[in-house]
Ligand binder design. Sequence first.
Ligand SMILES: [Zn+2]
Ligand SMILES: [Zn+2]
Length: 134
Amino acid sequence: MAARLPVYRTCKAPRVFGSPCGHLLEGTAQTCEAHQGTDPSRQCVAEVPRQGVRVRCHAWPVRDLPHCRDHDPVTVAVRREEQQSARARIAKVRQAVAAASPLVRARVLDLLVVERRVDLGAVEAAVRRYQMLG
Ligand SMILES: [Zn+2]
Ligand SMILES: [Zn+2]
């Protein structure tokens, strides 16, 4: 009995710099979920920096809209907002740590570990991410 090889189809929607998305497609879908509702006859109007020059984004825009999902002004604003809130959280934690006395400062991490808010796996994974750079 000859085994039927599964036919793999991948999403052909171009990414920002023109390479295909490559996401594996399910059933008869023509694009992956992220690229559904996009317009293959147009190109996103956003310009992105590449090697010092600004190039037009190759991605397909959302149907009836000028931008691809990544460059939609709402997405851009939400992303900026999230980064700002992350930065604000980091700053507040740093302030709280800095305001504590040196003795307390040394206990804070221990207390967070005891309370299971920080665990060894998370710390080791974070350390590994920096060692990758070294
Ligand atoms: Zn895709
Ligand atoms: Zn775009």
